[in-house]
Design a protein around this ligand. Structure first.
Ligand code: KMT
Ligand code: NI
Length: 178
């Protein structure tokens, strides 16, 4: 279940970072910013059907797998630091978590951060142009499927650089204002 989070830094972001008292984010909060979450059951023999359904629903045609893990990823700290920098992409970010625990943070309509905890079986759709960031939890071991179409445009445009100037940003803001 997603929640509005407390301020986080690169040093403490792998903790839950809940507000006190906790403030849940509703499905409506997520819907208003174009974020969709659902589940697939990796422990079911028909998991491929679930995945194929998602791929079709979002008009994707490929998926690959990334292992975000300190022991196998070169420059792990640098990678994690890049993931946690507030950024947007020209294309949507679709991920299914296969193993481990992580957090996708997205900007709510009011600009506060909503934290979406993800674990095995969680699917997340982040629309193109939304500001977001990602971190693993302290176990630092996440396997994720990335769904995409042909040559995905995943270049990260950081908010503190040229993110606001990207045409996709304006388009996204128009889309969620409608
Ligand atoms: C991104 O672009 O921010 C990512 O791919 C995050 C890692 S996928 C779990
Ligand atoms: Ni991203």
């Amino acid at each position: 279940m997603a929640y509005f989070m407390a301020d986080a830094t690169k040093e403490n972001c792998q903790n839950e970072c809940r507000l006190s008292p906790n403030k849940e984010a509703t499905e409506e909060d997520l819907k208003r910013i174009g974020v969709e979450c659902t589940k697939v059951n990796f422990d079911d023999a028909n998991v491929q059907e679930d995945l194929d359904r998602l791929i079709k629903k979002y008009d994707m045609n490929y998926h690959d797998e990334v292992h975000i893990c300190r022991s196998t990823m070169p420059n792990f700290d640098e990678k994690l630091s890049i993931f946690f920098e507030e950024h947007l992409h020209d294309d949507a970010e679709l991920r299914v978590i296969k193993q481990g625990v992580g957090y996708f943070d997205v900007r709510a309509k009011d600009e506060n951060w909503i934290r979406i905890p993800v674990r095995r079986g969680d699917f997340v759709f982040l629309p193109a142009g939304i500001y977001h960031r990602f971190t693993t939890d302290r176990s630092e071991d996440v396997v994720a499927l990335r769904l995409f179409r042909n040559n995905p445009k995943w270049t990260a445009f950081n908010r503190n650089a040229d993110g606001d100037e990207q045409p996709i940003r304006k388009q996204y803001l128009d889309d969620i204002a409608a």
